[in-house]
Ligand binder design. Structure first.
Ligand code: NDP
Length: 377
């Protein structure tokens, strides 16, 4: 039933409720304005790639989110897609294949496409998503080269859609507090940092079949997968400026049969313009997850598990900082949906993903040359 005003037009409020949230969001993000009135339904998300992260984290999280919901999927397996449609109660018409992603265009249920495929496929899938006029969330690492990051950013700009990176920790309260301490220079600027992140990729069936060990699909080893979190933490600690140069060294290969294509471990040092340094490492041989930053007036430490899905421990020279436990993926998804709805800039934009891949490229270049590499612009 339509609500007409005396002049015969549909009321503005009613009209905005009827236009697709996508169109309204697009207008809002182009203007940088908040949606007024806000969309009358949760934003619809389509997950691209129904692997472990989608299945065990993002899908379940989208049942708990307040501002977005699962409205469709893109998968190489139509059968799996239909199961997801039944499980998450969205129409089977919203199951797409990688080759038919273009059909997302104009779909009124879907506002955001969230790419959760192997690293080197992010660029292809994000660009295809942007061309449909949908906003894009790209999992970390954003891509396997700066050139691919640039192509994704250009496609999203050309389409006038928002691009964010699935950096969940920005929406996690302990990490947000760590970032605040850094920004406010509560302990003085952080000058000495140390961080590590890794897990044991054993020689099991998983290791033999995982694309993470395939250079072509993964782009690299633990640095691409786990090391980006350490790069992120160091950049969070030095918000004022990214690193200018890095030195790096590949670790020894204890299991050459498993690590024939990608590194088993790598350590690197990030050098910042003000003389600050961050000593970092990442590995597929050991479960490790921590980050410590020291200034002249104190320190802050994200303790094991600093980067996993659990609640991290944040201790500082002033004591322990305790925040409510959140589901990381719920916090991230709702955080990103609200940024869009309210027309705020994202705290994890595509440019940040690109910055991190520029650092990763420099780390690989330094390790390959047994020397030092400047971080490219
Ligand atoms: P999985 O291997 O479990 O799943 C990847 C999915 O991508 C597959 O199930 C498949 O879905 C799809 N796919 C499309 N093409 C290929 C291909 N050529 N080879 C393999 N899979 C393909 O990976 P994850 O879910 O663990 O990781 C996916 C992405 O998410 C990665 O970029 C990873 O870094 C990121 N991630 C982020 C996390 C975070 O905390 N932010 C945590 C874990 C992962 P389908 O069968 O539906 O086509």
């Amino acid at each position: 039933m339509k609500t007409h005003h005396s002049d015969g037009s549909i009321s503005r409020r009613r009209f905005l409720g009827q236009v697709s949230a996508t169109a309204a969001l697009l207008m809002a993000s182009r203007r940088g304005l908040a949606l007024n009135p806000p969309p009358t339904r949760k934003l619809g998300i389509a997950l691209v790639g129904l692997g472990r992260y989608s299945t065990y984290q993002l899908g379940p999280a989208l049942r708990e989110t307040k501002h977005c919901r699962l409205a469709g999927v893109v998968t190489g397996s139509p059968e799996k897609g239909r199961k997801w449609a039944r499980k998450y109660a969205f129409p089977e018409a919203n199951v797409f294949g990688y080759d038919t992603m273009g059909n997302l265009e104009g779909n009124p249920d879907i506002d955001i496409v969230y790419v959760v495929t192997p690293n080197s496929l992010h660029a292809r899938h994000c660009i295809a998503a942007a061309k449909t006029g949908k906003h894009v969330i790209c999992e970390k690492p954003m891509a396997t080269s700066v050139a691919d990051c640039d192509a994704i950013i250009a496609a999203c700009r050309a389409a006038g859609v928002r691009l964010t990176v699935g950096y969940r920790l920005h929406y996690e309260p302990h990490h947000a507090e760590f970032a605040r301490l850094a920004r406010a220079k509560v302990f003085g600027p952080f000058m000495r940092m140390k961080g590590a992140n890794g897990f044991d990729m054993d020689s099991s069936a998983r290791a033999r079949t995982d694309w993470r060990l395939d250079k072509e699909l993964a782009g690299g080893g633990p640095l691409m997968d786990m090391g980006v979190y350490v790069v992120q933490a160091a950049c969070m600690a030095k918000v004022e400026a990214p690193p200018v140069a890095v030195t790096a060294k590949f670790g020894p290969v204890a299991r050459p049969a498993v690590f024939s294509e990608v590194e088993e471990s790598i350590e690197w040092t990030m050098e910042f313009g003000d003389g600050a340094v961050a000593n970092c490492r990442t590995t597929y041989s050991e479960e490790v997850s921590s980050f410590r930053a020291e200034g002249d007036h104190g320190w802050a430490q994200l303790e094991d598990p600093a980067f996993y899905y659990e609640e991290p421990l944040l201790t500082t020279s002033r004591g322990r900082a305790v925040f409510p436990k959140v589901n990381h993926q719920v916090a991230q998804l709702d955080g990103m949906a609200l940024e869009l709805i309210e027309g705020r800039p994202s705290i994890a934009p595509g440019e940040m993903g690109r910055r991190d891949i520029a650092i990763v490229e420099a780390i690989y270049a330094a390790a390959a040359s047994h020397g030092r590499a400047t971080v490219g612009a």
